[in-house]
Design a protein around this ligand. Structure first.
Ligand code: PEP
Ligand code: MG
Length: 562
């Protein structure tokens, strides 16, 4: 078993021996109580209260996010509906352990059936149930092992009570076989900066004491790592630690070539964190995120308020706002609620806005008004506006012309469709800038739905086919003297970021938490080296080969000669 794959949380990497979470208590047998219902009720009440108080105490010790989660678990333990179900089972003559087991299991099944966020709370209920049963049996609560040395914790899923109190000096990383990106393990790991991979099917086969590398950036647990792999992981971990504590400077290559580092935001609330992490502006403001649950198009006034808040957070800085990108993974009922067999290939992005031009006009009105108001208040930003899912020159001319009609000074397009990348020289001759959305560009180049797990291996922006398209946009930008930004997830991959600059990207936009890693990576290479690394990646046959070729070309010995 060379590797186990799952969903990585963050970009960290760690290595160490596995320590597995203790197995759960077995299902209590369905037998008749020897002490009778009244005595059982008293036993169970005492156990439930003790567990609830212990969870609260753990919460108070942990504080912050974890405290909320643990207090919610304590409330679950004492939930009156659950108590009624337990009492009903006890009245039938069951033992306390069995009654607790059955009542929690039935509640858990109801949550699981609901799916999504509530479904992921099922693990919390299991944990409370186990704790109560352990208390009834006089056993220690199941929990995190203590092998006496730092370890990689491997579990089916972690209960909040366990994650909250993880000793970060001992737990090097966490790998769970269950859980998704919104599970508590993921939420708390993100909050505490723990290297974590969740939903890693196959993690159950990792053995106690086995040495592994946990790479959250790629979502891979490497078993039986080679000395070379261990050294590389260690170097990355050191580079990350150094990047996190390095001074925040404007994005630049080692030779001083400026590469502004911008933030991807979905609402103005994230602005303060982005600024604190050194974002030099906003490279992608996803306006559709503001209105995902709206059944009617937002009014001009509603929009203006949101945009003004955003612009005021970045005085004097570049802020690239994308007009509504509806469709496929981001349906907006008011723009297109038709059933489509292939929504990713349907009436989406600029196509949907073109079909409902009044909505696009209202959005441009709101943006122009917010821009004017922010400037009048002395808080003006440098507003750029772009359109999503542009497929051809006609759409580029259409959007750019309309934006100019509303006084938008800088109007551009996203390059997410291969046809737009192939026509980039013509497209950039009729608009002000391009921003490459590598998420969709990869999806359409590789014909792999970005939401579908079964084709996830195709959704890799390192593929040379994707890199070639990006290069053609970079070349077109240079020829036309127009900026070419990158705002897909690819920009957050520190090494790929160097490749993208080598291919002609002039700015990079990403989730703010990725800024430090990318900043440090850019500072390690000159423009000449970035171009050489990009050439090495382009001259391969696959995403894996491109990544390996770039790693090789970027290693200090090879970079020195470029
Ligand atoms: C992209 O497609 O890369 C992009 C940035 O847009 P979104 O992820 O919102 O589709
Ligand atoms: Mg996109």
């Amino acid at each position: 078993m060379p590797e186990v794959r799952g969903v990585g949380i963050g970009l960290g990497v760690a290595q160490g021996p596995v320590a597995r979470m203790a197995e759960h208590l077995p299902e209590p047998p369905d037998e008749h109580s020897a002490i009778g219902a009244v005595a059982e009720i008293a036993r169970v009440r005492e156990a439930v209260t003790a567990v609830a108080r212990e969870l609260e105490a753990r919460g108070a010790a942990a504080g912050g996010n974890a405290q909320d989660v643990l207090e919610a678990q304590a409330m679950m333990a004492e939930d009156p509906t659950l108590q009624e179900q337990i009492d009903a089972a006890l009245a039938q003559g069951k033992t306390g352990e069995r009654a607790v087991f059955e009542a929690f299991a039935s509640f858990r099944d109801q949550l699981t059936a609901l799916g999504g966020y509530l479904g992921e709370r099922a693990a919390d209920l299991n944990d409370v149930s186990q704790r109560v049963i352990a208390h009834l049996r006089g056993l220690p609560a199941p929990g995190v092992p203590d092998p006496g040395h730092p370890f990689v914790l491997v579990a089916k899923d972690l209960a909040p009570a366990d994650t909250a109190l993880l000793d970060l000096d001992k737990v090097l990383a966490v790998v769970t076989s269950d859980g998704g990106p919104t599970s508590h393990t993921a939420i708390l790991a993100r909050g505490k900066g723990i290297v974590a991979i969740v939903g890693a099917a196959g993690a159950e086969d990792l053995a106690d004491g086995e040495l592994v590398i946990v790479d959250a950036a790629s979502g891979v647990v490497t078993t039986e790592p080679t000395a070379d792999e261990l050294t590389r992981a260690q170097n990355r971990a050191h580079a990350r630690a150094a990047a996190a504590s390095a001074p925040i400077t404007p994005g630049a290559l080692a030779d001083g070539t400026a590469v502004p580092l911008l933030a991807n935001l979905g609402n103005a609330k994230g602005a303060a964190e982005a600024v604190a992490l050194g974002a030099e502006g906003v490279g992608l403001f996803r306006t559709e995120f503001l209105f995902l649950s709206a059944s009617q198009a937002p009014t001009v006034a509603q929009q203006r308020e949101a945009y003004e808040e955003l612009l005021a957070a970045f005085p004097g800085k570049k802020v690239v706002v994308r007009v509504l990108d509806a469709g496929a993974d981001k349906p907006l009922a008011f723009l297109n609620d038709a059933h489509e067999e292939n929504p990713a290939l349907g009436l989406r992005g600029i196509r949907a806005l073109h079909a409902s031009e009044d909505i696009l006009r209202e959005q441009l009105t709101a943006l122009a008004e917010a821009d004017a108001a922010a400037r009048a208040a002395g808080e003006g930003a440098d507003l750029w506006v772009m359109a999503p899912m542009i497929a051809n020159v006609e759409e580029t001319e259409y959007f750019t012309g309309l934006a100019r009609e509303y006084g938008i000074r800088t109007a551009g397009v996203m390059v997410e469709v291969p046809s737009a990348a192939l026509m980039a020289d013509r497209i950039l001759s009729v608009t002000d800038f391009a921003s490459i959305g590598t998420n969709d560009l990869t999806q359409y180049t590789m014909a792999a739905d970005r939401l579908l797990g079964s084709v996830a291996s195709f959704q890799d922006p390192w593929h040379p086919a994707v890199l070639k398209l990006i290069r053609s946009v970079g070349d077109a930008g240079r020829l036309n003297g127009k900026p070419v930004g990158i705002c897909g997830e690819a920009a957050a991959d520190p090494l790929l970021a160097v490749v993208l600059v080598g291919l002609g990207a002039t700015s990079l936009s990403m989730a703010p938490t990725a800024l430090a890693d990318v900043r440090a990576s850019l500072l390690a290479h000159t423009l000449g080296q970035a171009r050489a690394i990009a050439e090495a990646a382009l001259a391969t046959d696959s995403a894996a080969e491109a990544r390996a070729a770039a790693q090789h070309a970027a290693s200090p010995t090879n970079s020195a000669v470029a």
